[in-house]
Design a protein around this ligand. Structure first.
Ligand code: FAD
Length: 385
């Protein structure tokens, strides 16, 4: 239910703009630290990119190791425990499973590349996850299941890792929202129209909030919100589409994610299979394009013929935040240290949002945090949009 703006505390420790996965993790971490927080959401919870259907949690390629890749690896490993605590606290499932991933390898040169990643994983990854599950990257001659993925003509081998996991984005958001309320006010249908250097924000109806700090977690709309303060754009939105299928012949629950040339196929715990995704920087409409959905389904059926007679349950489109530098943006504004930006995670945000929240809270409380240099606002301000 929407909170009327007159019932929003005017001077909380923290105003968090956006009830997506980043904003809600920030709110949970804030409430655990005893801070008063208000989440201001212009629509409803999960209205942005986080309210989608895919939920792949896949590691970066383990070669050319960087501190950004190390940040993501640590986040993927710690998410398992975070989700366990969240589910225990709320009694709600997030649809999380460390299901692993399989990638068909189409040629000998690709095989050499995958072998390099396998070697990289041995150097960079731990042997086991915090819960004790083995973590490894393997090259397989045959597909692990003849139907998932189908043995593709021309495939020379398969890469398989046991680090990748899946989560149900909507269930995650529901659990986060349940965990923070009523301590944290989530003001839905309340849009922030302006942010000032001193962290004050103004809502559409003229309400002014004067928090100690403001966290801008408004997804791709963070960039437009911050433009007047920074006098420059820190990133842009990239449209993507996905389709949710209900297979008729059998359940694929427990099967690994399949990833092949930008196509993901993800079996969820409720028997649904999500298929994605596309990337479109220039788009005229953020809505679903049916032709794009059909193409996604066709690509999924080529990988998994068992999906051929599946029913389409939902077609979905969203706009991801893509920061100007390649990394997410995490930090305070150079000349307005009470404004904290936590956005731009692009295609990996669901797996790192809890760690983005830890960092945002460290900025808010003055606690130390070690982040890759590329995350700093200044780095993104230097990059070309
Ligand atoms: C098709 C597709 C597939 C994807 N698949 C995956 C995947 O498998 N794995 C993965 O990790 N990531 C995936 N992503 C990326 C991921 O969904 C996003 O990066 C992530 O959800 C961004 O979260 P966020 O909280 O930063 O932004 P959002 O979820 O967009 O949340 C921002 C919120 O801020 C609100 N808001 C905006 N402006 C204002 C304002 N002025 N005042 C108040 N509220 C405001 C919006 O309404 C929105 O609810 C996918 C994205 C797409 C589009």
């Amino acid at each position: 239910m929407a909170t009327h703006s007159t019932s929003i505390p005017a001077k909380p420790d923290l105003v968090i703009i956006g009830a997506g996965v980043v904003g809600l993790w920030c709110a949970l971490k804030a409430s655990r630290q005893g801070l008063s927080a208000v989440v201001v959401e212009k629509g409803r919870i999960g209205q942005g990119a986080s309210g989608g259907i895919l939920g792949a949690l896949m590691p970066h390629r383990p070669s050319g190791w960087t501190d950004t890749k190390a940040f993501q690896l640590a986040a993927l490993l710690s998410l398992e425990t975070e989700v366990t605590h969240l589910e225990a606290a709320t009694g709600l499932s997030c649809g999380y499973a460390r299901c692993g991933r399989v990638m068909p390898i189409g040629s000998q040169p690709n095989l050499i590349e995958h072998a390099r990643w396998q070697a990289g994983s041995q150097a960079a990854w731990p042997a086991a996850s915090p819960s004790g599950t083995a973590v490894s990257w393997n090259i397989l001659r045959d597909a692990p299941d003849p139907a998932w993925p189908a043995l593709k003509p021309g495939s020379v081998a398969y890469s398989s890792d046991t680090l990748s996991a899946r989560i149900n984005p909507r269930k995650l958001l529901a659990a986060l929202a349940a965990a923070i309320q009523p301590e944290v006010v989530i003001a839905e249908n309340s849009e922030v129209t302006s942010i000032f250097d001193n962290a004050e924000v103004v809502l559409t109806d003229g309400t002014r909030l004067a928090p100690g700090r403001v966290v801008v977690a408004a997804g791709h709309e963070s960039f437009g919100l911050l433009q007047p303060v920074l006098q420059r754009q820190l990133g842009w939105g990239v449209k993507g589409q996905a389709v949710l299928l209900r297979p008729r012949c059998r359940s694929f629950d427990g099967m690994p994610i399949i990833y092949h040339r930008g196509t993901y196929v993800i079996a969820h715990e409720d028997g649904m299979v999500a298929v994605g995704s596309t990337s479109q920087r220039n788009f005229t409409s953020p809505d679903v394009d049916e032709a794009v959905s059909q193409d996604l389904v066709q690509r999924a059926v080529e990988l998994c013929p068992g999906l051929a007679d599946a029913d389409i349950v939902e077609q979905w489109a969203g706009v991801r935040p893509r920061a100007a530098g390649r990394d997410p943006i995490l930090g305070t504004l150079p000349d307005a240290s009470r404004i904290i930006v936590a956005s731009g995670g692009f295609k990996i945000t669901l797996g790192i949002a809890h760690r983005m929240a830890d960092a945002a809270l460290a900025f808010a409380t003055g606690a130390p945090s070690e982040l890759p240099d590329g995350f700093a606002v200044q780095q993104h301000a230097l990059a070309t949009v």
